[in-house]
Write a protein that binds this ligand. Sequence first.
Ligand code: ZN
Length: 257
Amino acid sequence: MDLLERMAEAGAAGWSLILVAPFVGSFLGLIIRRLPDGSPTAWGRSACEQCGTRLKVRDLIPLFSWFAQKGQCRYCGRPLGWFYPGIELAALAVAVNALLVDGEGAWLDCILGWWLLTLGWIDLRCWLLPDILTLPLLLVGLAAAAAFDPEQLTQRALGAALGYSSLLAVAAVYRKLRGREGLGRGDAKLLAASGAWVGAAALPQLILIGAVSALVAAACVRFAGVRLSAHSALPFGPFLALATWVLWLSNSIRPIG
Ligand SMILES: [Zn+2]
């Protein structure tokens, strides 16, 4: 199997990514829950959200605790909800995906993938792409270029600058045509960060994949019976994040062996 070959090739680093991924997912879950409203800064899930019972270590093992307890709180029996197993599985999927495509380079892919996952999920929940996540992602993208891909640095710095300005331009056109805001500055900053990873040349593709997947998702939502009026829409961030991940991985494909 490809994954096994990849993991054999990636060695301990590959295995550790898979093992660490659900824990990273748990942590991303905390960021997604707590960052947007700036509430309790204690970094830990400390109590059941239903009954308030303090959670012990055995209640907090990613995925395992949830499945072992059949999705219910051990203390009050009420359902725990899908959020934490969902984000933990998604983080694991990112790691598996990266390992399959990229073998030993997978850890850098995972950093990007987990970051994008967090941003996309926050945008989906709260229509918000916090600067505290987008701006560092841009810097890390440029730093990664400088460290691992120096001949691409100019291309990627240009990607950041053009990403920001092109999305502001698209937003201005949208405002003129529709008479309302469709894209925010958060989207522009995310596109800048994406540009810092995939480079200027990939920006048209990036916007195209993002837009097409957003349209497909909107069609699915409508098909599922949810009426979208002209004034409700989907956030664009999750689709930009997805497009960035797809393009980054397609540029990182490494033959096995
Ligand atoms: Zn409880």
